[in-house]
Design a binder for this molecule. Structure first.
Ligand code: 13P
Length: 207
């Protein structure tokens, strides 16, 4: 899990999903505690021993060799507390998704079959002051019903059955933000028809 967190951090950084120390990554350990990235650190330069271990109630069990747990670890812990199936959480500031978050716009257009199946909606969690309990409170309503959300004036959050799953959702939502912006610039989005959406959902066992 330590190696995977370092790897996801590097991929986020290489893909330009984080600037400076933006973003944080965590995973649920087999003993129920949570492994998370250190605060104030580039996600492109993480080391396995710099990761911190935090109990579900927020108690710091091991600061690691880094700067101690991410300032946003309570947002991650809320996901694990609410959804027993969540095994990893990824927070990033991908450029286009963050632009939609600043605009205060959820990603809801059904333009491609992939999105209909894997990520039909990325809702918007209302603005919350960083590092306060307002942040976990703002994302909680979406944890069981969605796989990701935008954080107003902030960035994006995704979660899933493992680190790869949560990271792929982050990639997918940023792609959705990019394609939404692009088709708007080209003259306007064209959504799939309700019949096409239903056919895709049926084909993949979702309806
Ligand atoms: P940390 O460096 O504390 O993880 O915070 C980064 C960030 O993205 C805050 O939103």
């Amino acid at each position: 899990l330590r190696r995977q967190i370092v790897d996801v951090g590097r991929r986020m950084w290489l893909k330009g999903m984080v600037a400076a120390n933006d973003g944080n990554v965590s995973a649920r350990l087999p003993d129920g505690n949570v492994l998370c990235t250190p605060t104030g650190t580039s996600k492109g330069a993480l080391t396995e021993d710099s990761l911190a271990v935090v109990a579900l109630d927020g108690t710091v069990l091991d600061r690691g060799t880094g700067r101690g747990p991410s300032s946003e670890v309570r947002m991650h812990l809320r996901v694990y507390q609410v959804d027993p199936g969540a095994m990893a959480v990824v927070h990033a500031h991908p450029l286009h998704a963050t632009a939609f978050a600043i605009r205060g716009e959820a990603l809801t257009l059904q333009m491609m079959p992939e999105t209909v199946v894997a990520l039909p909606e990325v809702p918007l969690a209302r603005y919350a002051t960083p590092s306060t309990d307002e942040v976990p409170d703002s994302i909680e309503p979406f944890v069981l019903s969605h796989r990701a959300c935008l954080l107003e004036h902030h960035g994006a959050l995704s979660w899933g059955s493992g680190l790869e799953d949560a990271f792929m959702t982050m990639e997918r939502l940023e792609y959705q933000a990019q394609i939404t912006l692009l088709v708007r610039l080209m003259g306007g989005a064209r959504e799939l028809s309700p019949e096409q959406v239903l056919a895709v959902r049926r084909q993949f066992g979702l309806a």
